[in-house]
Design a binder for this molecule. Structure first.
Ligand SMILES: Nc1ncnc2c1ncn2[C@@H]1O[C@H](COP(=O)(O)OP(=O)(O)O[C@H]2O[C@H](CO)[C@@H](O)[C@H](O)[C@H]2O)[C@@H](O)[C@H]1O
Length: 800
């Protein structure tokens, strides 16, 4: 009888396949490793409470995820459900039967070799794609070879794949969404679909985390996998020793364990743990393995752990290429933070102009919009760990200055095309040579412009058995814009009639109408908005702008996550717009000298009197009702009676633009109204001003107050939405807080708050500096928000 409880090492980690000149991750997945020490070999009964059959079954399942997709790719076919699913199940069962026979043979061998007093301890890694099971057999080398080859042949039986996937009809249902590509990318999406289905059909047998292992298209990926395993990269399995080498005996065991194993590990006796720990770290064998695995491709485990997934953020604008406001900033920065957590991340945006960084991929597709075939091409760039894919069409070209311009129909058609083309990017557009595929994939759609994406995901794909493992989250940056129109607009979506109800909304003012945001909110798997305060406001009749009822009904899937900021772009220490014209980079340490220098440079650039003692007040933003510019206008007569300077930067409503110009001409010694969209001036005002005004009537999050605080500029804000969440009011008694807030969007409240702020600026220098420092010392980066997004995406992933 073989001894039980001979576990030497169990770990869970995530791995990435790295390859290519750019050393980028082609795909990521969790890896499990079970190792059994010599002497105890394989128990007759169980490994960690799991039968040996189960262990091999885990391996086989994972293996099949890879093999299955290879089989599919070879045929350009895909399987969805029903008959093919049954065949696949049959094939799987046959494989399990075979493995049982192998196990029986192995049991015989073990008995023959007198394993109670082993002479030979041979370790065998069952390296099976995402899972690696390492087992020590106390048998002769020849017998072992026979055994291993027998097991391997049972796993890699091409016939199984044949049985599983042959005779499959085209996986693409007959939809109006025609895709007539010429890139040869079709195999990739088939692979992705199949892999997902296979995982699902065995979900009760495969540990949940393992089931997320194959998360990509398998076209070139399969080749990459082979290449990486055998030549260029250390194998998946060989990554583990790197961890071992870097890890103290204690930390080996503090590694997070796969949930399905933790119970069993707890039952292992401390003595055994200690003994096996020591063995792991001291053995020559491990050192050798570690040496092999110390290649440059070995990366530390991702922060996301086993939650690593493929994430595609889809937005109508993305900074720095296109930006009209905060959405562009978020689309440019959040994905990088998600990528830093170890996810494979892509941003999809329209290609409004010629972007130097992005290369044409050669992929062409056609999608129907209003009955016409529209051709799109895809451009791609890989920057800061993120794939940026730009969709090119004559509909998007050269409107970067007017992204949301044109009549209602024009905008609607653009967004229909954009969403249709974006949703298939993971099938067709290889990034670093490998498509993302549709397994383990979550889309993040943003605002009404891309709220059609969750709807298409449901209507075109999931309701037709496609993209079964793809999920979507919809982020509300601003509920005031909803993509509304008459009910007839529904025809432009190209959706079957029975989806119309998703879009229909009754409004006391407009009556029954077509509402894209409404449909997106209903169909998305999760809904996020950009602050806690706004999440609450959205559920009220005042804050929900007619969608509050739908939001209340879907409260269970709504979460508020406060935006972060790009701490590379918006950092006074690194800001490229502070490198010239008398401006200077500064930090917390050089605040005393750097900020006054920026203020002087700003005053000079604006042609205002250069005075250090005068408080310089700034405003940056869209000139519209939301931003409360009219409240500032009401307060201007009071302001000009003070010894202050005011600079306002913005574009928007004609009357408000005109008002800015008028203020400047009337109070030329004190006020500047800069009408236009200038990122450079936005940075310079943020650095040079002492105070930033944000009297927004509503503000889902607001980024300018976050930028301001990071630059030691004090915000004065209407306590609403994200402004209330992020600007803690100054408390002079406790010397705490970050700025001034007022609780109603009224000019006199603004004046009151600003008056207190000016008083502190003039008379309480120390308090002022305290406010500046506290603001600058906050961690405003995206990292925390990205972790919260990850939680939301994981919840979406496991939702059925
Ligand atoms: N004239 C100009 N020139 C140069 N730059 C200008 C500019 N006008 C505005 N900007 C820039 O545009 C961005 C505006 O972002 P905000 O978050 O303040 O508001 P916005 O309403 O666009 O975003 C919406 O989405 C974001 C992101 O979720 C939410 O924070 C916000 O509350 C919500 O209304 C900032 O980067 C700002 O500097």
């Amino acid at each position: 009888m073989a001894s039980v409880g001979c576990v030497s090492f169990v770990t869970e980690r995530a791995a990435s396949i790295w390859s290519g000149r750019d050393r980028r991750p082609r795909f990521s997945f969790p890896v499990y490793r079970l190792r059994m020490s010599p002497g105890c070999a394989i128990s007759k009964d169980s490994i960690f409470g799991y039968s040996r059959e189960d262990c091999v079954r885990f391996s086989l399942c994972s293996r099949r995820q890879v093999l299955g997709s290879r089989g599919v790719r070879a045929r350009g076919e895909g399987s969805v459900e029903g008959e093919d699913g049954d065949r696949l199940e049959d094939a799987f069962d046959a494989t399990i039967e075979k493995s049982k026979k192998v196990l029986a043979m192995q049991r015989d061998l073990l008995q023959q070799n007198g394993h109670e007093d082993p002479k030979v301890g041979v370790e065998q890694d069952f390296d099976v794609g995402a899972a690696s099971v390492s087992v020590t057999f106390n048998i002769s080398i020849a017998e072992r070879r026979k055994l291993v080859s027998s097991i391997k042949s049972s796993i890699i039986n091409p016939e199984d794949n044949e049985v599983s996937y042959k005779g499959r009809d085209s996986s693409f249902p007959n939809m109006d969404l025609t895709s007539t590509g010429d890139s040869g990318g079709d195999e990739d999406y088939n692979g992705g679909i199949l892999s997902g289905n296979y995982v699902h059909s065995n979900a009760d047998k495969v540990p949940a985390a393992l089931s997320s292992a194959t998360s990509r298209g398998f076209g070139e990926g399969e080749k990459e996998l082979g290449k990486d395993l055998s030549l260029e990269n250390p194998s998946l399995d060989l990554e583990a020793p790197k961890q071992l080498k870097d890890t103290s005996p204690k930390t080996v065991w503090s590694d997070p364990l796969p949930s399905f194993l933790s119970k069993s590990v707890e039952t292992a006796s401390p003595k055994e743990e200690k003994q096996e720990d020591f063995r792991e770290l001291s053995s020559e064998e491990v050192n050798n393995e570690a040496a092999v695995s110390m290649g440059e491709d070995v990366k530390p485990p991702p922060l996301a752990g086993t939650n690593v997934m493929n994430i595609i953020l889809v937005a109508a604008e993305c900074a720095p290429w296109s930006k009209t406001g905060g959405l562009g900033d978020v689309a440019g920065a959040l994905p990088k933070a998600l990528a830093r957590r170890g996810h494979r991340v892509m941003v999809v945006a329209p290609r409004y102009g010629n972007y130097a960084e992005a290369q044409e991929t050669g992929v062409r597709k056609k999608y129907k919009v209003d009955g016409q075939d529209m051709e799109v091409t895809y451009f791609q760039a890989y920057i800061d760990g993120v794939d940026f894919v730009f969709i090119d069409s004559h509909m998007f070209r050269h409107i970067e200055k007017n992204i949301y311009g044109g009549n209602r129909m024009d905008i609607l058609k653009r967004m229909v095309l954009f969403c249709k083309a974006a949703i298939e990017v993971p099938w067709h557009v290889p990034c670093g040579g490998v498509c993302y595929g549709d397994g383990n994939l979550v889309f993040i759609a943003n605002d009404w412009h891309t709220a059609l994406l969750p709807v298409y995901l449901k209507a075109y794909y999931r309701d037709n058995g496609l993209m079964q493992y793809t999920r979507s989250a919809l982020v509300i940056h601003n509920i005031a814009h909803q993509g509304r129109g008459p009910v007839e607009d529904f025809s432009y979506t190209g959706l079957p009639e029975h989806y119309l109800d998703l879009f229909k909304l009754y409004d006391p003012v407009g009556g029954e109408h077509f509402n894209i945001f409404a449909a997106g909110l209903k169909t998305a798997d999760r809904v996020v908005t950009v602050s806690h305060g706004y999440a609450w406001e959205l559920k009220t009749s005042e804050g929900g702008w007619g969608l509050h009822q739908i939001i209340n009904e879907n409260d269970w899937k709504l979460r508020g996550i406060v935006n972060g900021i790009d701490v590379k772009d918006w950092n006074p220490e690194l800001d490229i717009y502070l490198e010239s014209d008398g401006y200077v980079n500064y930090s917390l340490e050089t605040l005393h000298t750097g900020k006054p220098q920026c203020k002087a440079a700003l005053q000079k650039e604006l042609g205002l009197p250069i005075r250090e003692d005068v408080p310089l007040i700034g405003f940056i933003g869209r000139l519209d009702h939301q931003k409360g510019v009219d409240l500032i206008a009401e307060a201007v007569p009071w302001m000009v009676g003070q010894d202050v300077q005011l600079v306002m930067l913005g574009t928007g409503r004609n009357d408000l633009e005109q008002m800015l110009r008028q203020f400047e001409s009337q109070h030329h010694d004190k006020i500047r109204g800069w009408v236009g969209f200038s990122v450079k001036m936005a940075h310079r005002i943020t650095a040079g001003a002492d105070i930033l005004l944000m009297p927004s009537r509503f503000e889902p999050c607001g980024l300018n107050q976050l930028y301001a605080m990071n630059y030691g500029t004090i915000p004065v804000v209407h306590a609403v939405g994200g402004l209330r969440d992020t600007v803690q009011p100054f408390d002079p008694y406790n010397e705490s807080g970050l700025g001034w807030t007022f609780d109603r969007a009224e000019a006199n409240r603004l004046i009151h708050a600003l008056g207190n702020c000016l008083l502190t600026y003039r008379q309480y220098k120390q308090s002022w500096e305290g406010l500046q420092r506290r603001g600058m010392m906050q961690d405003l980066s995206w990292d925390h928000a990205a972790q919260n997004y990850e939680e939301v995406l994981v919840a979406a992933k496991y939702q059925w």
